[in-house]
Design a protein around this ligand. Structure first.
Ligand SMILES: Cc1cc2nc3c(=O)[nH]c(=O)nc-3n(C[C@H](O)[C@H](O)[C@H](O)COP(=O)(O)OP(=O)(O)OC[C@H]3O[C@@H](n4cnc5c(N)ncnc54)[C@H](O)[C@@H]3O)c2cc1C
Length: 383
């Protein structure tokens, strides 16, 4: 079995897969387009299936993530005046049932925890992959800085706008789902949100999550129903747009956005792609958002990516050829990710339903129910 692996993308999936492959004895190089690692991304939620996959890769990772991030023990639903509509303990729901909590963590912290498990000299920053060529013996990769690299196999872990996927699959652009998003991380007064709490604020065709990320950081993520969208011209305009959108919301919520450095607000459309029936050819395969980008409505993008990382490393270590390994990897991952991609797209629009629309839809109850889907998702055992 070939042993030299090139991974494009030092995001969550690329780094997790590099750790898993090195533990199986593969020689791995990771190529990342960013010129340096810097605080980036927003908060995200790691769920039992993702944490179990990370634990299977390296138990220490999950210990570090739990001590860095926030183990959620309570969630509350509020209206835009900040009043609590419903509040529930989360501990029973996740920990007791699935043996893992819900952990909210900053993308950047997660990236750094993963990177710290790799020798720095195998991560090559300022290497934007532009193209690759494969033949019977190897893959040659071409970078924007003029350099090239060769490997026995190539893994595209370069996110939703993957350059590897563009060459491999040549499909259409990501699909806009009609939901527009602003998100950021801020260190600010925490009187509105309790430690270890996750807050969901429901507005009119708009909502906001507040996540504790540990170390005094909060992430706010707001999405708005927008059949069409336009990006802001600059950071100041982005911030004033968000403040306009929540102008009649409770003052403490506005204060969290007000305290955010405009340059740190991420703005963008929520997109996915339609599921593929295969995502490998010859010596090249895909992983994470490059393979199956999905709406964040089920909070599964990163979690599915960690499932992929473990599964791919496992298939490569147990198969006698690349072809067999990729066949097993796809057998393991295609159906599951297709279900959750499709379900997540549907759930994105559920956020914007009125109470009447919800009530109308709930008779008869949908099948499978959200609880059945969650049960299936969270009780996944890394394969
Ligand atoms: C609003 C929002 C909220 C979310 N919330 C959650 C959540 O709660 N839970 C969850 O599980 N998921 C969530 N996600 C999804 C999650 O962030 C992604 O699914 C996850 O980061 C995918 O990991 P990845 O490694 O595939 O891609 P990424 O994390 O996007 O990493 C890709 C890496 O590749 C690099 N790269 C890109 N192109 C190139 C190139 N040509 N050459 C070299 N390097 C390149 C990038 O710089 C980046 O470092 C959310 C997403 C959004 C948009």
């Amino acid at each position: 079995m070939s042993t030299k692996v090139a991974i494009i993308g030092a995001g969550l999936g690329g780094l997790a897969c590099a750790i898993a492959l090195r533990k199986q004895g593969f020689e791995v190089q990771v190529y990342e387009k960013a010129k340096k690692f810097r605080p980036a991304g927003a908060g995200l939620g790691l769920l039992p299936n993702g944490l179990n996959s990370l634990e299977a890769i390296e138990p220490d990772l999950v210990k570090n993530i739990k001590s860095f991030g926030c183990c959620v023990t309570k969630s509350s639903l509020r209206n835009t005046l900040g009043e609590i509509i419903r509040s529930s303990p989360r501990r029973d729901l996740f920990w007791d049932k699935y043996g893992q909590p819900l952990v909210t963590v900053w993308w950047w912290n997660l990236q750094q925890i993963l990177a710290s498990k790799l020798p720095p000299d195998i991560i090559h920053l300022d290497h934007r992959c532009l193209d690759f060529q494969q033949d019977e013996d190897s893959v040659k990769i071409y970078f924007g800085n003029g350099k090239t690299a060769s490997a026995d196999l190539l893994i595209g872990a370069d996110g939703i706008n993957s350059a590897v996927r563009k060459k491999l699959i040549a499909d259409e652009q990501p699909r806009y789902l009609g939901s527009f998003c602003w998100r950021a991380v801020v260190k600010c007064d925490q009187s509105f949100i309790e430690p270890n709490e996750l807050v969901f604020i429901r507005g009119d065709k708009q909502f906001m999550y507040l996540l504790n990320l540990g170390d005094g950081n909060i992430s706010w993520i707001t999405r708005k129903l927008s059949p069409e969208y336009q990006l802001s011209a600059n950071a100041a305009e982005t911030k004033s747009r968000v403040l306009d959108e929540i102008a009649d919301w409770a003052e403490p919520i506005q204060a969290i956005v007000q305290a955010t450095d405009a340059e740190r607000i991420l703005e963008g459309p929520i997109c996915d792609r339609l599921p593929l029936s295969s995502w490998s050819k010859g010596r090249v395969t895909l992983l994470g958002d490059a393979a199956h980008p999905m709406s964040p409505a089920m909070g599964q993008g990163a979690n599915m990516t960690f499932e992929d990382a473990y599964a791919l490393a496992n298939c490569l270590s147990k198969s006698s050829s690349i072809e067999k390994a990729f066949t097993n990897y796809e057998k393991n991952r295609l159906e599951r990710t297709k279900i959750i991609q499709t379900y997540s797209a549907k759930r994105e629009m559920r956020y914007y339903e009125t109470d009447e629309q919800k009530a109308g839809r709930e008779t008869p109850p949908e099948s499978p129910t959200i609880d059945e889907i969650r049960q299936w998702l969270y009780s996944y055992k890394p394969l």
